[in-house]
Design a protein around this ligand. Structure first.
Ligand code: PLP
Length: 474
């Protein structure tokens, strides 16, 4: 078969496709080789050439697509996609500030600096620089936690679920823990108090009813097998109507009268009174300890605004038992967590500066008027790229705090309500296009409307938000 010279044809034939070796030595591949190395580039190129050859044999491939520049562009796209980080920044415009699926709290600059520092070098994680002896990693934050909560001792594990599991395993193995039926909570992602109890080897002794539990219910349930009384903060729902529950102070009195500890799982918990910041109140760790709780557990990345962690604070003798339990070793945090946690806790020493310095609190306390002004400022850019397809309205909306904290409280906010001009036309596609941006924009679809709540769009991120919008143009 004789092949017509390329100049006389418009469609490629297999003979037009350059050989792999020649391509690898072509200047068009130099930058790729420098970026990804020979192994990766060769494999990607081989894949691209095989696919191209199959398409050419099928017929209908324009000759330019079999040329070196087109092949280099294909391989670049394939390698860039393959090497894109799986974990990436997004814009959280979902309206939920502490969004578990989006990684909850974002860290203050001081914590980011400490994290980078600790990542880059050996650190005195379990090494006492004074004596040169082996140390305890909890020491990095224990004194701060005690200072901020009034506790005698503290320990840190991976998350609050781990903290509850560890406390129960260490203090209540094969013994009873008394909990109100109104507090047998399920937190998203399969954390259920009865299951955690069983996994820890503790026996759940339920008392009271779903809506009402009285002091006598606890007192009557105490027996020779009882290890502790436990109170669980009903963080993600509210029991209202004909209800009764027993507060920490009364429960502590009942527990202590029988020589038992009171364990409180606060869920989010807070180190400061959020009421001081104009927010709905959450229990404050220091207050719950002062009321007599012997151990309190709470999360590092909920209202505290730090890295994922589970904090246990309380009586020294109990914390000692917890630290010695083998599960503590399995659930311990790494140096990066402790590096980030320490500066976050240190910010609480200056509560009057907290709303400016702690991103979580800054987002929660942003004034609706400031968010509205931001929405009005950004609306023209959004309307520009979405053009005739959609109607973009600046509207008032309600943000949620998230992560189970303050489930019924919402915060007045503002943002965009985007509707398609044609009924049913392409709202899901627009949502997908926003998620496909270099820094994905995560909104929320409800009532045939895409809602973008601007509460969590920090003003320092506005330019980056606007800059990538151009890619949405049809
Ligand atoms: C959130 C929560 C937990 C789990 O905390 P994580 O840090 O997510 O593991 C446990 N108990 C309560 C009451 C909670 O609100």
């Amino acid at each position: 078969m004789t092949v017509a010279p390329a100049g006389a044809r418009t469609l490629a034939v297999p003979g037009d496709i350059p050989a792999l070796d020649r391509l690898l030595n072509d200047a068009a591949f130099a930058a790729l080789l420098a970026a990804y190395g020979r192994t990766e580039v060769t494999a990607a190129l081989r894949g691209a050439l095989d696919a191209l050859r199959a398409r050419v044999v099928d017929g209908g491939v324009p000759i330019a697509q079999a040329g070196t520049p087109a092949i280099a562009a294909d391989v670049t796209a394939a390698l860039d996609a393959r090497h894109r980080r799986a974990l990436r920044r997004v814009f959280n415009l979902s309206g939920t500030v502490l969004h578990t699926n989006l990684g909850r709290a974002t860290l203050p600059q001081a914590a980011i600096d400490a994290l980078v520092d600790a990542a880059a070098a050996p650190v005195n994680l379990e090494f006492d620089l004074g004596s040169g002896a082996r140390g305890d990693r909890d020491r990095v934050v224990e004194a701060l936690l005690c200072e901020l909560t009034g506790a005698e001792a503290a320990t840190v594990v991976n998350n609050n679920a781990a903290a509850v599991l560890l406390v129960l395993a260490a203090l209540a193995n094969r013994r009873d823990v008394i909990v109100s039926r109104g507090e047998l909570v399920e937190i998203g992602g399969s954390f259920r108090i009865p299951d955690v109890m069983r996994t820890a080897g503790a026996r759940l002794r339920e008392v009271g009813t779903t809506n009402r539990t009285h002091a006598a219910d606890y007192a009557d349930a105490i027996g020779s097998r009882t290890a502790a009384l436990m109170k669980v903060h009903t963080s993600n729902y509210v029991v209202s109507g004909f209800t009764a529950s027993v507060g920490a102070a009364a429960l502590a009195a009942i527990a202590h009268a029988s020589g038992l500890p009171l364990i409180v799982d606060l869920g989010s918990g807070s180190l400061v009174d959020l009421g001081d910041f104009g927010l709905p109140r959450e229990p404050v760790v220091r207050d719950v300890l002062a009321e007599g709780a012997d151990l309190v557990t709470f999360s590092g990345d909920k209202l505290l605004g730090g890295p994922q962690a589970g904090l246990v604070v309380g009586r020294a003798a109990l914390v000692q038992r917890i630290k010695r339990h083998p599960l503590k070793r399995a659930l311990r945090v790494g140096k990066l967590t402790l590096a980030a946690l320490e500066p976050v806790l240190a910010l609480y020493r200056a509560p009057e500066r907290l709303a400016a310095r702690l991103p979580t609190l800054r987002a929660l306390t942003r004034a609706a008027a400031a968010i509205e002004a931001q929405a009005l400022r950004l609306a023209p850019a959004l309307r520009d790229v979405l053009g005739e397809r959609c109607e973009v309205a600046v509207v008032a909306m309600e943000s949620q705090i998230g992560s189970g904290a303050l489930p019924t409280a919402t915060l007045a906010s503002h943002g965009f309500a985007i509707r398609m001009q044609r009924r049913g036309g392409g709202l899901d596609r627009l949502d997908a296009a926003l998620r496909a941006l270099p820094r994905a924009v995560v909104g929320r679809i409800a009532d045939r409307t895409l809602w973008l709540d601007l509460r969590c769009l920090d003003e320092s991120d506005e330019a980056a938000f606007v800059a990538q919008l151009a890619r949405l143009s049809p």
